[in-house]
Design a protein around this ligand. Structure first.
Ligand SMILES: Nc1nc2c([nH]c(=O)n2[C@@H]2O[C@H](COP(=O)(O)OP(=O)(O)OP(=O)(O)O)[C@@H](O)[C@H]2O)c(=O)[nH]1
Ligand SMILES: [Mg+2]
Length: 144
């Protein structure tokens, strides 16, 4: 019998972007209902494909999902999270410069939210730690 434990499970490498506007607001998008964690809010991003660096994957996903050209990437945090159905590594980056006007190219709603509004949105469980890292990084003195 094949047994699977959480430690030897394959880990899905996901590039995640915390896109920050000049006024400090952050871009969030609502996941389409039919996807994993459908209906919850997320930071845009997606799976790193074979032969891509995480930065290339992030730029591609931001182009495909929210129509922006990303620049100013800086590492924020890496979160490994075991969901009952899969394990993800959320390789999370600040996106501190971009061109274009963000809109949901997959019919998803997008919003620019202030840091203190993040708690009013429902995110996948793994995002709790991302939000904690955002707060830690944006406390005065630690600003990226
Ligand atoms: N993009 C993104 N994915 C997240 C976040 N938090 C989180 O747990 N995930 C999980 O990461 C996994 C991969 O993300 P994804 O579904 O966006 O991947 P993708 O864009 O390549 O989509 P695809 O499955 O249609 O190819 C999903 O299981 C998703 O639930 C987040 O904040 N942003
Ligand atoms: Mg995605």
């Amino acid at each position: 019998m094949v047994s699977e434990t959480l430690t030897d499970r394959k880990v899905i490498h996901v590039a995640v972007g915390v896109v920050r506007r000049a006024d400090g607001r952050i871009l969030i998008a609502r996941r389409p209902d039919h996807l994993h964690m459908g209906g919850r809010w997320e930071f845009p991003g997606g799976k790193v494909e074979e032969g891509e660096t995480v930065q290339q994957a992030l730029a591609r996903e931001l182009r495909e999902e929210v129509a922006i050209e990303a620049g100013g990437l800086q590492p924020l945090t890496e979160i490994r999270h075991d969901y009952p159905e899969k394990t993800v590594l959320l390789d999370t980056w600040w996106v501190l410069a971009f061109t274009g006007e963000a809109r949901g190219l997959e019919a998803q709603e997008v919003r620019w939210v202030a840091l203190d509004e993040l708690d009013s949105y429902r995110f996948p469980d793994a995002n709790r730690e991302i939000i904690a890292a955002i707060r830690a990084a944006t406390t005065p003195g630690n600003d990226p």
